[in-house]
Design a protein around this ligand. Structure first.
Ligand SMILES: Cc1cc2nc3c(=O)[nH]c(=O)nc-3n(C[C@H](O)[C@H](O)[C@H](O)COP(=O)(O)OP(=O)(O)OC[C@H]3O[C@@H](n4cnc5c(N)ncnc54)[C@H](O)[C@@H]3O)c2cc1C
Length: 494
């Protein structure tokens, strides 16, 4: 086994899109960067649905760091026109459908068991479902072309801090030691920095508890067809329900369906609480057996890879940065994929870390910038946990869930519009989390929601009072007419 030594200014552990993107931003600042990826591209990865905020931040990074080849990926239309070989799907917004066990889904004229929130004005201007296999491989190639040393098949097995950082790796050339002044953990999980720094997992601080079962499938029927066969009309819906992050809300959790253009759909279920010990196949079969309309959508579906079952998804390391290290968001925490915050938050993390490091390694301002990075991230994790857990707690009453979810959509659209207008930058909180007043409103409503569902089935009067409270709370921030009851849960893009 060889034991070559190399020194870089920055070493990035993990070559998913987050790791290679932060590496490209730093390389464009003139830094020498190595990315260490234990897998080999192209490789399967979950985490596919993007949002307007994700694409706006990506666009901002492209412009700031001159990453011109990535710019077309910020909108569905330019992606398809420029890189038709990179597989993706169109995403026009979020769609939700509430199911009852043992019953077919029954569309209602008042749309009270569905929710559409548009994210963009047209398919061309739309967001994308990333086929991560293709996107991550593209980013790795782009990073190499920009002078980043991207080493694949190289796992970081240990990290030591002595006169800078020493990373122990194992790969095709045997064991190696790589040295760096600064380390970024982009491993998307509890990576090797955790032990090196003695960080503890504070997952117990999070209220959300869930696990997931998922795969990619061929032959998934469009939900829109099943909806219309059941007597529903999509005539007034702001976008087709399948060109979306489609959510089925169930008693025991929720399911996603993200359709790609090449006939494959990412489908998964997130179930509340810890795994039962049943195999992923059995969990899947039992779930579909309880929800006939979802089963109809999946009747001819064939998985293209075995179902993956996860342990409890939640984790939280704190702090997320120190004077010479930083964790990208997916290495610092995970809550639950409900509302698709992960990729957007990862992009915020890339943007903030790259800006922090632009002051110079070892510069006095760097420590302060990294402290600010951690403060923002922790605030945002707390807000997200309330938003996600509140929705999860309200799965038993879709009207309540719909009302509470509007805090998420309001915060997301507020942040997005302010960024678009040049009024907000990386220091402004993800989902408006830095706004104490907004956070306070969410916190108080979350407390009330948990009290309501904890006291048994909430009465119609209580649900309507809660909905009125949400409408009043969001009013000063509502840039999309989310408080308008005449929209009947179908919110167009404005
Ligand atoms: C079930 C599920 C569904 C999700 N759905 C969505 C969604 O729809 N939308 C969304 O926005 N987000 C979603 N997410 C979150 C999303 O997956 C993450 O935000 C995103 O993958 C983070 O990207 P990343 O590059 O930081 O990490 P990752 O994509 O996890 O990449 C980390 C890389 O590090 C490598 N690595 C790990 N350890 C080592 C090591 N020791 N040495 C070398 N390499 C290492 C891994 O091989 C991997 O390639 C989902 C997450 C889960 C779990």
């Amino acid at each position: 086994m060889s034991a070559a030594r190399r020194r870089h200014e920055v070493a990035v552990i993990g070559g998913g899109f987050g790791g290679t993107l932060v590496a490209m931003c730093l390389a464009s600042q003139g830094r020498s960067v190595v990315v260490l990826e234990r897998g080999r591209h192209p490789r399967f990865a979950i985490g596919e649905s993007t949002t307007p905020l994700a694409n706006l931040v990506l666009k901002g990074l492209c412009e700031r760091y001159g990453l011109d080849e990535l710019l077309p990926l910020c909108k569905y239309g330019t992606w398809k026109a420029t890189y038709p070989e990179l597989r993706c799907g169109p995403k026009r917004g979020f769609s939700f459908f509430a199911h009852e066990p043992g019953s077919d889904f029954g569309p209602r004229n008042d749309h009270k068991n569905e929710l559409f929130v548009a994210a963009n004005a047209s398919e061309a201007a739309g967001d994308t479902q990333w086929l991560r296999e293709d996107l991550d491989a593209f980013f790795a190639t782009a990073a190499r072309a920009r002078g980043v040393s991207v080493l694949e098949g190289v796992e970081v097995t240990g990290v030591r801090r002595e006169n800078g950082w020493t990373l122990e790796t194992i790969g095709p050339e045997g064991t190696r030691q790589i040295q760096a002044d600064f380390v970024i953990d982009a491993s998307g999980g509890l990576g090797p920095l955790k032990d090196a720094l003695g960080l503890e997992d504070h997952a117990d601080d999070l209220a959300t508890q869930s696990h997931a079962v998922f795969s990619h499938f061929e032959g998934v029927r469009p939900w829109g067809a099943i909806y219309e066969e059941s007597g529903g009309s999509l005539a007034g819906s702001p976008f087709p329900p399948d060109a979306a992050a489609l959510h089925h809300i169930l008693e025991e959790g929720w399911m996603w369906a993200l359709a790609f253009d090449h006939g494959v759909t990412s489908v998964g279920a997130v179930l509340t609480g810890a795994p039962t010990g049943a195999s992923p196949d059995r969990t899947w079969r039992e779930l579909l057996a309880r929800y006939p309309s979802v089963a109809a959508q999946m009747a001819d579906a064939r998985p293209t890879r075995p179902l993956t079952g996860t342990a409890l998804l939640q984790r939280r390391l704190r702090p997320s940065a120190g004077n010479d290290w930083g964790l990208l968001p997916a290495a610092a925490y995970f809550i639950d994929p409900l509302l698709s915050p992960g990729n957007a938050h990862t992009l915020y993390g890339v943007e903030r870390l790259a800006r922090a490091l632009s002051v110079g390694l070892g510069a006095p301002d760097l420590a302060e910038a990294l402290k600010a990075y951690d403060d923002s991230l922790q605030n945002e994790v707390d807000l997200l946990d309330m938003l996600i857990h509140g929705c999860q707690a309200a799965f038993c009453n879709f009207e309540l869930m719909t009302a509470f979810s509007l805090y998420y959509f309001t915060g997301a659209i507020w942040s997005e519009v302010r960024r678009e207008e040049g009024k907000a930058g990386p220091d402004d909180g993800f989902l408006n989390a830095h706004d104490e007043r907004f956070r306070g409103l969410v916190q108080a409503a979350y407390g009330e929601l948990i009290r309501l569902v904890g006291a048994g089935a909430p009465s119609a009067k209580a649900v309507s009072a809660f909905t009125a409270r949400v409408r009043k709370d969001i009013q000063p921030y509502d840039l999309a007419g989310l408080g308008d009851p005449t929209k009947l849960n179908r919110y167009p893009y404005v």
